[in-house]
Ligand binder design. Structure first.
Ligand code: HDE
Length: 730
């Protein structure tokens, strides 16, 4: 297979790896070929069916027509019941230092190996064709094709989950999916059934804080953290176990869009995240994450204020730091969406020697679900043979047959033990890499119950809220007000206010104000309807724990690194007569820092500058929108400025960018464009270069200075502080 050149940047190679090479043998390319049927017969006429006479009835005999239509009729498979909407990419994982002390997994022991990976990002609730920008959790599933078999890290972009026990997953999903009578709303949690369920499930309090935060509306898949959620185990060669939590830390930082912006993007470009990932890889801007571990020795299992097995809890980074152990780079787009992304089958139970499970009851249920779901979705037990799912190591066992079997197993023997085949395939000793389960001691009664150590539902919800910056807190309040505003039932709203009051009184009061309801004095206790029929409800009442930590800086996106404008998209609003120097010098400066500049003009194709230079126009105002960009610049040039100022779409573009708190720059010669915006009157009278970074608005006649300040402003991502006091209509 030839090395592939990126489409948008021919300088960039999209590298091969063992997995990509193994996929190559299944690829087909029709360039230069004649057409065949699926049985290999050359096709002479693929445009007209076989008929009795040129106007006359079609003939059943037409095997070419029948084959084509039949295949088409069967092109669709069931979408994933959750995480149906997703996008995938290939890449590699490289370890920094061997981790022999903690695990015998070979790919975590040899820093010279590049382990191929395939990653699929997803939303959860929406259908396959739904918008990328729904307020939702994002799936972050990574398949490592290791020399010891596939290891799947099937995580999310939030570190906790809604429920503590897998048996409630179908209820949760039924509640959040579109309502069953009219299938409304698509890809949205803002409806009665979801909030009804949450309002009687206090264990979800922590997760809904994350879901109502800006983490649920990422700027890009490339700017999200990932989390394994559950506590796992690492086992070393001596059989010693450590508890661990997996983290993915994006090198571009963690960033999100504004909720109003998310809703707009959903209309302007519902494929926003998919396109962003694809384009970044095509341009050679390969997304990178560091894999981090929080490591807890076995003997510290009960040292925490929460239960390590409870998937509604994080281990705050202040208590156990995240050690960065390696880097994942996504460097190649799939060749075929269906064959690779859609048919990829992830499973939390795909582990390799040295990685093992814990008794987290959510994790345990997932171990059943993922194979089961592939059986219906991919149509049978041979889904592991689909090219994207095959390990890069050969498979030898006595499993046979089934729908769509690909492997041709030779010989008479398909059982073990056997003597006719010398007992092959042999079981592997642990020393030969055979998987052995961690021999955890379990000595207990069979019982359906919840551990008391799982009943603190609020302390970490509080910790999360307290750790947010003021703008982030406002966004959470607005998100709850929006979502509960879409709910029809005041009972559900009141119960939710009760739950919120257990998290933070000011949060509950602010949401109650927006809903014009009052916060219940004494939240309905027991608020938990998720208890066994014969249980004493008091046994399930939430336990109120005052966590000893009041804030954790890793929980706020405000603390994410803000030192780069790499891959940020900057819109230049210009028209004929644009000042070449004003446009080109700022463009060059931004591109030198890795940003992407696109020129937007009243009409497509090109504009002519003051020096008669033909400048390529990427979009007209008709096909562009400010929500698709990170920042805006208006270059000078008398005629250009006059045209842009007179264009209502251009002025709207700027107003909207301001409303969404983005960096805005203008050549001093384009001041009249700024003056025609709503925010002109919000610029302080004492505006000077020093106030520039406060508000992210840069205006200067010195383009070199302007570019420098603009770059610093774009790197801030957003000026959320501007949002409330300087709100404008847009
Ligand atoms: Fe999943 N989940 N899940 N989930 N999940 C699926 O498997 C399930 C949970 C996650 O890109 C399904 O192949 C149960 C937590 C991701 O293909 C299904 C429970 C976390 C993906 C399933 C959970 C996840 C899935 C649907 C509760 C974060 C997409 C299609 C016990 C740690 C993977 C499929 C991809 C997909 C079941 C909870 C992450 C039905 C029963 C917690 C990223 O098997």
């Amino acid at each position: 297979m030839a090395k592939r050149k990126a489409q948008q940047n021919p300088e960039v190679d999209q590298p091969e790896n063992d997995k990509v090479r193994s996929l190559a043998q299944h690829m087909e390319d029709s360039t230069g070929e004649l057409m065949n049927t699926n049985t290999g017969v050359r096709v002479n006429d693929d445009q007209n069916s076989l008929k009795a006479g040129d106007r006359g009835a079609s003939l059943l005999e037409d095997f070419i027509l029948r084959e084509k239509i039949t295949h088409f009729d069967h092109e669709r498979i069931p979408e994933r019941v959750v995480h149906a909407r997703g996008s995938g990419a290939h890449g590699v994982f490289k370890l920094y230092e061997p981790l022999a002390q903690y695990t015998k997994a070979q790919f975590l022991n040899d820093a010279s190996i590049e382990t191929p990976v395939f990653v699929r990002f997803s939303t959860v609730a929406g259908s396959r064709g739904s918008t990328d920008l729904a307020r939702d959790v994002r799936g972050f599933a990574v398949k490592f094709y290791t020399q010891e078999g596939n290891f799947d890290l099937v995580g999310n972009n939030m570190p906790v989950f809604f429920i503590q026990d897998a048996i409630k997953f179908p209820d949760l999903v039924h509640a959040v999916k579109p309502e069953p009578d009219n299938e409304i709303p698509q890809a949205a949690s803002a409806h009665d059934t979801f909030w009804d369920f949450i309002s009687v499930m206090p264990e979800s309090a922590h997760m809904i804080m994350w879901l109502m935060s800006d983490r649920a509306i990422p700027r890009s898949y490339r700017m999200m953290e990932g989390f394994g959620v559950h506590t796992f185990r690492l086992i070393n060669a001596e059989g010693v176990s450590h508890f661990i939590k997996f983290h993915w830390k994006p090198l571009l930082g963690v960033h999100s869009v504004a909720w109003d912006e998310a809703q707009n993007i959903s209309g302007k470009d519902p494929d926003f995240h998919r396109r962003d990932l694809w384009d970044a890889i095509e341009r050679g801007n390969f997304p990178e994450w560091e894999l981090g571990l929080q490591i807890v020795p076995e003997e510290d299992e009960f040292k925490f204020e929460f239960d390590l097995l409870d998937p509604t809890k994080i281990i705050p980074e202040e208590l156990v730091p995240v050690v960065r152990i390696g880097k994942m780079t996504l460097n190649r787009n799939p060749e075929n969406f269906f064959a690779e992304t859609e048919q990829s089958a992830f499973h939390i139970g795909h582990v390799v020697p040295g990685i093992d499970f814990t008794n987290d009851p959510l994790l345990q249920g997932r171990l059943f679900s993922y194979t089961d779901t592939q059986l219906i979705r991919l149509g049978g037990p041979n889904f592991q043979e689909i090219p994207i799912n095959r390990p890069i190591v050969p498979v030898h066992n006595n499993q046979r047959d089934g729908y769509m079997r690909q492997t041709i197993n030779r010989g008479k023997v398909s059982y073990g033990p056997n003597s006719l085949g010398d007992n092959y395939p042999l079981q592997a000793k642990a020393s030969e890499g055979g998987f052995t389960s961690y021999p955890e001691r379990i000595d207990a009664r069979k019982i359906r119950a919840r551990s008391k150590s799982f009943l603190d539902h609020f302390s970490q919800a509080k910790l999360f809220f307290n750790s947010q910056s003021d703008p982030e807190k406002n966004h959470i309040i607005e998100a709850f007000s929006f979502e509960l505003g879409k709910v029809q039932s005041n009972d559900v709203r009141r119960r939710m206010l009760g739950i919120l009051s257990m998290v933070d009184k000011s949060l509950a009061a602010a949401v109650a104000f927006a809903l014009r309801l009052s916060v219940p004095e004494d939240p309905e206790l027991p608020m938990n309807r998720s208890i066994p029929a014969d249980a004493d409800p008091a046994d399930y009442d939430p336990i109120i724990v005052e966590g000893s930590l009041t804030a954790s800086s890793a929980l706020s996106m405000a603390n994410s690194p803000k030192d780069s404008i790499k891959t940020r998209k900057i819109a230049f609003l210009a028209a004929d007569g644009v000042d070449s120097n004003s446009l080109n010098s700022v463009k060059t400066a931004l591109e030198a820092e890795g940003a992407i500049v696109e020129v937007i003009a009243p009409r497509l194709n090109y504009i002519l500058s003051t020096t008669d230079e033909e400048i390529h126009v990427h979009h007209s105002f008709l096909t562009a929108a400010s929500v698709l960009y990170d920042a805006v610049y208006v270059p000078g040039g008398t005629n250009s400025v006059a045209t842009v100022e007179a264009d209502a779409d251009a002025v709207h573009f700027l107003n909207e960018a301001f409303k969404h708190c983005k960096a805005i720059a203008a050549d001093a010669g384009a001041m009249q464009v700024i003056e025609s915006t709503y925010f002109a009157r919000k610029i302080p009278a004492d505006f000077s270069d020093d106030s520039v970074l406060l508000d992210g608005i840069v205006i200067s006649d010195d383009t070199a200075k302007l570019a420098k300040q603009f770059i610093t402003a774009i790197a801030q991502h957003r000026f959320w502080e501007r949002e409330k006091p300087r709100k404008i209509p847009a």
